[in-house]
Write a protein that binds this ligand. Structure first.
Ligand code: AMP
Ligand code: TRP
Length: 343
């Protein structure tokens, strides 16, 4: 932690969009890391960012279902709703309120440089929602409304976290305060960027047209094993050292996935499987993936049958969250110069 953050309670915040279809990339790059960060060192807050999801069109019925399914996924993967605060973003209004302030701190040029904006808006930027452009200011608000010091995410979110720091720096500077911390990204583990099983140059994504390109957290054991058996590879055996994977993205991806699931390093996997054919490695990876992932999909399915329980967990999470966010918003308004209600 930087000195700037020494004054802040160590607190973790992260979020995932409830836009349907959790996959192995979300699990290894994000959710598994969320689980690992629970414990003595940090207070942990995890969020289903429904307000982010609607920056592109969401069918309302699907959005509700996907939010509950994401909550089930978090819990099934090991997030304890007692230990962590588990919320959906729209139930904690201070996120959106702080986002407005940050819309007035962030600059247009910063937003237009974001790669996620460029990718998602595509060529027809005039037809993208204003929310899609403003998205990173809401993300900064999600984090800073908790004064969060650490944010675990996959590699693709790094740029947004740099922007979060830029917003905190500009706010602190413009108002002459040291109010918002400079959040540290936590991009760690053997699989911070899980690639497609069909193409080692593309990241595993819910928007890929081929279902064979990804392992969904709702896949059963047979589907998981089949997707790994059919994953694209090259004809060479695994190399004896990690350097030998430099030009072999598909092989590298499977080694990274194995390492992350086994909670070891890519080096250790190569030490064990170097020189072996994919005919040996793939079945071992399939067994490991089924062992780790099948219990999650079973538990997710069970929890999806307990909707009332999920809704209660989210309601309680929002109450706990607002104990943190309401005072921080109040102080922000005060710094900015808003007249408070008379008591
Ligand atoms: P998203 O589904 O895009 O909202 O992503 C949710 C979280 O999963 C973020 O922390 C992402 O960085 C992470 N993530 C998404 N896709 C991948 C991937 N292919 N590899 C690693 N992390 C990922
Ligand atoms: N932008 C993130 C994604 O697309 C989701 C997100 C929203 C997030 N707010 C956040 C992640 C705050 C970390 C912290 O995956």
């Amino acid at each position: 932690m930087t000195d700037t953050n020494a004054a802040f309670t160590p607190r973790v915040f992260s979020g995932i969009q409830p836009s349907g279809g959790l996959h192995l990339g979300n699990y290894l790059g994000a959710i598994k890391r969320f689980v690992d960060m629970q414990g003595e060192d940090f207070q942990t807050v995890y969020c289903m960012v429904d307000l982010h999801a609607i920056t592109v069109w969401q069918n309302p019925t699907d959005l509700r279902k996907n939010t509950r399914e994401l909550c089930a996924g978090f819990i099934a993967a090991g997030i304890d709703p007692e230990q962590s605060i588990l919320i959906n973003q729209s139930q904690v209004p201070e996120h959106a309120q702080l986002a407005w302030i940050f819309n007035c701190v962030a600059r247009m040029g910063w937003m237009q440089r974001m790669t996620q904006w460029k990718d998602k808006a595509g060529k027809n930027t005039q037809n993208a929602s204003l929310g899609l452009l403003a998205y990173p200011a809401l993300m900064a608000a999600d984090i800073l409304i908790y004064h969060a010091t650490h944010v675990p995410v996959g590699e693709d979110q790094k740029q947004h976290l740099e922007l979060t720091r830029d917003i905190a720096i500009k706010f602190n500077h413009d108002y002459g305060v040291e109010f918002f911390p400079l959040t540290e990204p936590v991009i760690e583990g053997a699989a911070t960027r899980v690639m497609s099983l069909r193409d080692g140059s593309k990241k595993m994504s819910k928007s890929d047209a081929s279902d064979m390109s990804r392992i969904n957290l709702t896949d059963d054991a047979d589907a998981i094993a089949q997707k790994i058996r059919k994953a694209r590879t090259d004809p060479e055996p695994l190399p004896e050292t990690l350097d030998g994977l430099a030009e072999r993205p598909e092989a590298r991806n499977l080694v990274n996935i194995y390492a992350a699931l086994a909670e070891t390093t890519a080096d250790a996997v190569i030490a064990e499987y170097g020189g072996q054919q994919f005919g040996t490695f793939k079945p071992a990876l399939a067994d490991l993936a089924v062992e780790r992932l099948a219990p999650i999909s079973t538990e997710m399915a069970r929890l999806m049958g307990e909707q009332d329980e999920i809704d209660r967990i989210l309601t309680r999470g929002a109450e706990r969250a607002r104990e943190i966010t309401a005072p921080i918003l109040k102080k922000t308004y005060d710094i900015v110069g808003m007249v408070p209600p008379a008591i």
